[in-house]
Design a binder for this molecule. Structure first.
Ligand SMILES: [Zn+2]
Length: 445
């Protein structure tokens, strides 16, 4: 407790930055007086205006916009393929945030959906993926909600041009941030290679970012016999990583692998940078504490959403309070501020998948944990806010309970809990296989 606390102002400016990025990509409902819209300007100078729907809480446009831009749209069951001049194809699946872009598997923040007979795709496809991946054909100005679209018949030349620009894959750690231009760093296969190989199994990786909570000067909750939350979290986190690294389909990262302090806001940002456009998830590992009720015990898993109960609010406040590095002493006022900022971000797009992941974690832990199973919970958790992917926070048990606290200090518990979390992660990816838009072209197991 000797190091200075990070200044709140720094966090606020980081949040403001995130907010700006989100605002640019997502027209706001704002004062609700005007319908959100997207203007499209074609290479011949003609313009058209597209109404943007926000009824699902995120911006979406009818898939017919893609047809209007010259793409061929073929819907079959819940799968949709958008292709351009026979040169490349994008495969989407209704209800899944994962999609294939030629040989790559990428991830929306939201999923395509059907309403009546119409199919809607996240606006992000037009404002983010098209401009980023085909910069010679598309350019998006967030200030003006204007998408400039080139001639789709030139897509072959654009793909050739990008192939030439592409740095030769050197097998380096893909740590490039999402905002790094062309985003080619994640694609071991070129468009040409994909075309030559024809339909191929997905050979990319799914990214798992494990976040052992607290660390360094922030011990987290304190248990019996000097057991500290930061150490339990690290022991379990290291073992989760060890287990998952045996799976060649996964690329596993740890936010910290030793007793280091990492700012709670930074953790999600780091995870988001690591993931890039690839499919990925974020799992933050913690232990609970309720000194005023020492009989409290059991495990629970949180996803990011509004806290509904006093208990959820209390746990969220404790975990968020590590911002001030004083987890046992929650400053009500600053927590209220943070809640407000987090709500304003409206960054709950992954709630559905996060909730699913949370329930898998609870399921698996139930097999190895003496319990009770306290279930899936939700809260406004700072650490999950900047992780733009399905994200959960696991509370492995109560360090304030002497029996459970001591159990959490044992190697056997660390191993069992880690194996359970690892199983949950693998089950999650089985449930949502990347590129599952067209299941026939990928091999399982
Ligand atoms: Zn914690």
């Amino acid at each position: 407790m000797t190091e200075p606390s990070p200044r709140p102002g720094r966090h606020l400016s980081r949040l403001a930055l995130v907010a700006v990025v989100l605002t640019a990509a997502t027209p706001r409902v704002g004062a609700a007086q005007s319908q959100p819209r997207l203007d499209i300007q074609r290479e011949d100078g003609s313009t058209s205006r597209v109404s943007v729907l926000i009824d699902r809480g995120y911006a979406a446009v009818p898939i017919s916009v893609l047809s209007d831009l010259g793409w061929t749209v073929i819907a079959e069951g819940s799968g949709v393929t958008i292709s351009a001049a026979g040169e490349m194809a994008v495969s989407l699946q209704v209800g899944s945030p994962f999609f294939r872009w030629d040989g790559l598997v990428l991830q929306f923040t939201d999923a395509p959906y059907r309403a009546g007979s119409n199919l809607f795709v996240p606006l992000q496809l037009l404002t983010d993926f098209l401009p980023r991946r085909l910069p010679g054909l598309y350019d998006y100005s967030g200030d003006r909600s204007l998408l400039r679209a080139g001639d789709i018949s030139l897509i072959g030349e654009e793909l050739d041009r990008l192939d030439e620009l592409r740095p030769t894959a050197g097998g380096s750690e893909p740590l490039s941030p999402v905002s790094s231009g062309g985003g080619m760093e994640d694609g071991p296969m070129s468009a040409d290679e994909v075309r030559e190989a024809g339909p191929s199994p997905y050979d990319g990786v799914r990214v798992v970012v494990i976040d052992p909570g607290h660390g360094g000067v922030d011990p987290g909750a304190l248990g019996p016999d000097g057991i500290r939350e930061k150490n339990v979290a690290l022991e379990v986190g290291l073992r989760v990583a060890e287990v998952l690294r045996r799976n060649p389909d996964l690329e596993v990262h740890l936010i910290r692998d030793d007793d280091t302090f990492v700012d709670v806001w930074e953790r999600g940002l780091i995870a988001t940078d690591i993931k890039g456009e690839r499919p990925g998830i974020f799992v933050s590992i913690h232990a609970n504490s309720f000194p005023a009720r020492r009989e409290a015990r059991g495990f629970e898993t949180y996803f990011l959403s509004d806290a509904r109960t006093e208990h959820e609010r209390r746990v969220s406040a404790i975990e968020n309070a590590s911002i001030t590095m004083n987890p046992q002493n929650v400053d009500e006022e600053s927590v209220a501020d943070i809640d407000f900022i987090l709500r304003d971000l409206k960054n709950y797009e992954h709630a559905h998948w996060s909730e699913d992941l949370a329930s898998l974690v609870q399921d698996e832990l139930d097999d190895v944990h003496p319990g009770p199973n306290r279930g899936v919970k939700q809260g406004v958790l700072a650490v999950l806010t900047n992780a733009l992917m399905p994200s959960v926070l696991v509370e492995l048990g109560y360090l304030s309970n002497s029996t459970e606290g001591r159990l959490m200090g044992t190697g056997g518990f660390h191993r069992d809990a880690a194996a359970a979390i690892a199983d949950a992660v693998e089950r999650f990816f089985e449930r949502y296989p990347p590129g599952n838009g067209l299941g026939s072209d990928r091999e399982e197991r």
